[in-house]
Design a protein around this ligand. Structure first.
Ligand SMILES: [Zn+2]
Length: 137
């Protein structure tokens, strides 16, 4: 199984086959060129993100509080997404949602999609990539 974005995408490169980061809905760090993770990295490389480069590794933080509004009953809600990858290789081995109470958690695809759907309105690179995938469907 693959995520909805990998399902739409046509392989147009000669390297290794893609390996979806959300084969069963939850995050799998043994991914390669997952279409959703390409979108996440576009977002994590743009002005909405705060990035740190250490020993050829990207550590990028994106605010996501607006994507998960506080419930009226005061439930916990996510505040930031941390994305970690090496140089510009196809593997994204770190993906965490953070809040102010709980340990970091690895998000499910539908949670990541809420972030992408929110930011597609603000980020033209992300919007163009998602529209390209929609046309390929
Ligand atoms: Zn995928």
């Amino acid at each position: 199984m693959t995520c909805p974005l990998c399902k739409r995408r046509v392989k147009d490169w000669t390297g290794d086959d893609p390996r979806c980061a959300f084969p069963e809905g939850g995050f799998d760090r043994e991914n390669w060129n997952c279409a959703t993770m390409i979108a996440v990295r576009l977002l994590a490389s743009n002005e909405q993100a705060t990035a740190l480069w250490v020993d050829d590794h990207n550590f990028s933080m994106v605010p996501i509080g607006e994507c998960f509004p506080v419930e009226e009953d005061g439930d916990d809600h996510y505040m930031a997404m941390l994305v970690v990858w090496y140089k510009s290789r196809g593997n994204t081995f770190g993906l965490y949602f953070l809040d102010d109470i709980n340990p970091p958690t690895e998000p499910r695809w539908d949670e990541v999609w809420r972030v992408l759907d929110y930011y597609r309105k603000l980020n033209s690179d992300l919007r163009a990539y998602l529209e390209e995938l929609a046309r390929a469907a």
